[in-house]
Design a protein around this ligand. Structure first.
Ligand code: HEC
Length: 131
């Protein structure tokens, strides 16, 4: 009983591993629609960007910029500064779904549960490049 309580407490605070799948394929598909409607005109449908000045959201440059940062930072960045002409104009759910799509496009695996727009959870998920 005590062990179960301790285990649950540990589970709640323990960081999730991005390599084990932190979003679902359905969420990434919803995110693709959000991305197509709100992001693709600048970052391009294939996320390759338009340099300069619009950064790619896939590939080595993107991953090296974000590796070691948490999903909370990526969520904060996107939800407060994007779409560039209308920052903060989407719902939290739309932002997190769009991020799930971006992660899927970068080769991060899908899992069983959808990613929630909860900074406390996102803080515990580090971005690490997948091989
Ligand atoms: C009007 C054009 C435009 C739209 C639409 C737009 N972005 Fe951006 N985005 C930019 C520009 C320009 C930058 C780089 C300068 C800046 O950060 O403001 C950027 C930066 C970013 C970055 C940081 C990239 C990095 O590696 O530092 C992310 C992530 C991002 N955008 C995601 C999105 C998402 C997701 C959407 C849709 C919800 C979106 N953007 C919509 C123009 C746009």
């Amino acid at each position: 009983m005590l062990a179960a309580l301790l285990w649950n407490g540990f589970g709640m605070t323990h960081a999730a591993d991005i390599g084990q799948g932190v979003f679902t394929s359905a969420q990434a598909a919803r995110g693709k629609a959000v991305y197509t409607a709100n992001c693709a005109q600048c970052h391009q449908p294939d996320l390759s960007g338009r340099d300069p000045p619009i950064p790619a959201l896939t590939g080595d440059i993107f991953l090296s910029r974000w590796t070691g940062h948490s999903l909370a930072e990526l969520f904060e960045r996107v939800s407060t500064t994007m779409p560039q002409a209308k920052p903060g104009s989407l719902s939290k759910t739309e932002y997190i779904d769009a991020i799930a799509f971006v992660l899927a496009a970068n080769g991060f695996p899908v899992g069983k549960a959808a990613l929630k727009p909860d900074p406390a959870i996102l803080q515990g998920i580090q971005i690490t490049a997948q091989h």
